[in-house]
Write a protein that binds this ligand. Structure first.
Ligand code: ADP
Length: 258
């Protein structure tokens, strides 16, 4: 794979107690810098703005109103990029912030302008770090919709930027035949080549405290990748160096591949 989109979930970036997981930030910067130096083109889609914002404002849980959540995301987004800038600077890698909405590729003019931006950044070996623009869109914040979230945003980006591979890092080793947090005997499925309605029924409920999408949105992303003959790997982001194992073709995580 030469063009790779990596999506990292809130659960990888924020400890369960709400503190920022600085080690993950560092290992992610190390791993992506290494790959960037090898000539791979990388796009990072990072959640975590709200988690970082909550931490910054010493809050334990998300506020009720969407407006207050958007405000926290705005606070957290700049803090999130500060954390990434620090760690990527350490490995001498340039990064850029790209804030998108899910529908941005639907309009020819904005589509062209987003593609131009990505292409220029990638040509110059700069790693774009993408997040949903929570100030103007509430898709990721709105629990009622499964349409908007960074899992699917990462698939949209992978699709339009013609990436071969989407790597989704979460708090879980892969896709299981039951939610492993509810069923002790759940087993991980190493490869999935076809996603049906039955696949969706075993991906129940939303996940972590700060995470949003749960497994449903990851499956929707995987389905899109499969439909377009791309690959997706779902793996545990607790140590992002797992990306190196994935690219070495080792059997880690769940591979969604035809
Ligand atoms: P992130 O913040 O990384 O996007 P989420 O918490 O949104 O992560 O989604 C991952 C969670 O999905 C898992 O921790 C697990 O609780 C839940 N889940 C539900 N069904 C499954 C399944 N079949 N296999 C794996 N995880 C599942």
């Amino acid at each position: 794979a030469n063009r790779i989109v990596v999506k990292v979930g809130t659960s990888s970036l924020i400890h369960p107690n709400g503190a920022v997981n600085l080690e993950t930030f560092d290992q992610l910067a190390y791993t992506l810098s290494t790959l960037n130096n090898q000539g791979k083109q990388l796009i990072l889609v990072s959640s975590g703005a709200m988690g970082v914002g909550l931490n910054k404002m010493h809050l334990k849980k998300r506020p009720e109103e969407i407006g207050a959540q958007q405000a926290l995301s705005a606070i957290g987004q700049s803090e999130l990029m500060t954390l990434f800038t620090q760690r990527f600077n350490h490995y001498l890698t340039d990064i850029a912030q790209v804030l998108l909405t899910h529908d941005i590729f639907d309009y020819p003019k904005s589509n062209r302008s987003v593609m131009d931006t990505f292409n220029c950044l990638l040509k110059d070996n700069v790693i774009p770090i993408v997040n949903e623009n929570d100030t103007v869109a509430t898709d990721e914040l709105d629990h009622k919709t499964t349409f908007g979230d960074n899992d699917q945003l990462s698939a949209i980006v992978a699709s339009h930027m013609n990436a071969d591979l989407l790597i989704v890092l979460s708090d879980i080793d892969g896709f299981y035949n039951h939610n492993p947090h509810k069923f002790a005997d759940a087993k991980m499925i190493p490869t999935v080549s076809n996603i049906t309605n039955d696949t969706f029924t075993v991906a129940g409920g939303t996940g972590s405290r700060f995470g949003t999408g749960g497994m449903q949105t990851k499956l929707l992303a995987a389905k899109r990748m499969l439909d377009e003959n791309r690959q997706m790997v779902l793996a545990n982001g607790k140590d992002p160096r797992i990306i190196l194992d994935i690219l070495a073709g080792r059997q880690v995580g769940t591979w969604f591949s035809k």
